[in-house]
Design a protein around this ligand. Structure first.
Ligand SMILES: O=P(O)(O)OC[C@H]1O[C@H](OP(=O)(O)OP(=O)(O)O)[C@H](O)[C@@H]1O
Ligand SMILES: Nc1ncnc2[nH]cnc12
Length: 172
């Protein structure tokens, strides 16, 4: 299936000059959503994953489905002030604006293998922060999985040395 044809592109959202990749048109399509999850799961098979971690909010959509399909737990990485327990936090820049993410300090046991799932790799700021948070807990990041990669932003260059898989690529 051509997953790219299921993604809607909206120009100048959330600000002028940004070509926004809207995945709601893909996730509402049951077959496209299932194929997306199945293709990420296929790439993770054999990697002995203990947990999937995903950043709020769009990382929850795909990450939780992938975790369910693999039969492993899902670890939410959230925007500030949302997690009730003790947290570690990390601040980072986005394609538009900046943000901060938090993880529960007791979310992942030392030495566990974690795959990060998110809808989109842009500058790599978000996923780098999630990597840093997971590694700060003493766990190992074994794969980074994305539905979309904005190749022109060269996010991969910020996250060298990790296995990275993306299903749909854009050059603008
Ligand atoms: O590679 P980066 O430059 O960091 O950009 C990618 C991130 O940006 C979007 O999330 P956003 O922060 O807009 O939050 P949302 O999922 O709550 O919409 C997207 O879902 C990724 O997590
Ligand atoms: N261009 C874009 N479209 C959708 N989500 C994004 N997150 C960061 N950049 C984005």
């Amino acid at each position: 299936m051509d997953l790219k044809s299921k993604i809607r592109v909206i120009e100048d959202f959330p600000e002028k000059g940004i070509s926004f990749k809207d995945i709601t048109t893909l996730t509402k399509d049951g077959e496209a959503f299932k194929e997306t999850v199945d293709r990420i799961v296929a790439d993770l098979k054999g990697r002995n994953i203990d947990y999937i971690a995903g950043p709020e909010a769009r990382g929850f959509l795909l990450g939780a489905a992938v975790a369910y399909a693999l039969g492993v737990g899902f670890i939410p990485v959230r925007k500030p002030g949302k997690l009730p327990g003790e947290t570690a936090s990390y601040e980072y820049e986005l394609e538009y604006g900046n943000s901060k993410l938090e993880i529960h300090l007791d979310a992942i046991e030392k030495g566990k293998k974690v795959a990060i799932v998110d809808d989109l790799l842009a500058t790599g700021g978000t996923v780098s922060s999630v990597v840093k948070l997971i590694e700060s807990l003493g766990a190992e990041v074994v794969a980074l999985e994305f539905l979309i990669e904005l190749e022109f932003l060269k996010g991969r260059e910020n996250i060298e040395g990790y296995h990275i898989n993306s299903l749909v690529k854009y050059d603008r």
